[in-house]
Write a protein that binds this ligand. Sequence first.
Ligand SMILES: CC(C)(COP(=O)(O)OP(=O)(O)OC[C@H]1O[C@@H](n2cnc3c(N)ncnc32)[C@H](O)[C@@H]1OP(=O)(O)O)[C@@H](O)C(=O)NCCC(=O)NCCS
Length: 194
Amino acid sequence: MMPALRRFTEVDGLISMPRSATYPLTLADRCGGEFTARCYVPEDRAELEAMYEDFEPKRRAQGLPPEGADQLRRWLDRVLAQGVHLVVTVEGRIQGHVMLIPLDSEVVELANFLHQSIRGRGIGTIMNRLIVEEARAQGYRRVWLSVEPSNRAALRSYRSAGFQLLPGSMWAQEVEMALDLTPETTVSDDETRP
Ligand SMILES: CC(C)(COP(=O)(O)OP(=O)(O)OC[C@H]1O[C@@H](n2cnc3c(N)ncnc32)[C@H](O)[C@@H]1OP(=O)(O)O)[C@@H](O)C(=O)NCCC(=O)NCCS
């Protein structure tokens, strides 16, 4: 018999473990559907590109994902050459891509792109939380991002994952959000506290 799907809250303890031990993770979305979060591997490239070709709307987030096959390929070449990349699969097909791109040795930029067929089911928020824990596990101090103020799903999802709006950015074309990371408190730290 297949084991019951783990709810996200039940894997909180797992997600700061090293990547190899953390993924793949098969989880339930808010509607009871199943999805898997796993590390991107180079063999995924063609399928990832196909997801972005079908992605709507294009250029929603800072002009991303780009419109046009060449621009898309060049963008993927650039981002996949660095950082941390997770993909979301549903029924074995790649339907989402969440990434951390280093801005310097302490700060990473987060971007999250889910295919329109799987939005609004809580998957984006779960993936944001997972990748934030990945940033923490890898020793980064801050996760930063920018988003259009009209992108309500993105804003709410980032807020739920712990991001705060940076001051002064509310009326700009893009708002900036950030989350400062502190090292995970270990169980033994808790136990030794008076
Ligand atoms: C932004 C994105 C990653 C969010 O992921 P998602 O799985 O669709 O969002 P969730 O289902 O986790 O919902 C997050 C929140 O937004 C709300 N929400 C979802 N869709 C919404 C919509 N169309 N309009 C307004 N609010 C919406 C949810 O109710 C939830 O709010 P809550 O936390 O208060 O309950 C996803 O929609 C996406 O990939 N969009 C296109 C690309 C993009 O804009 N990426 C962001 C780049 S900065």
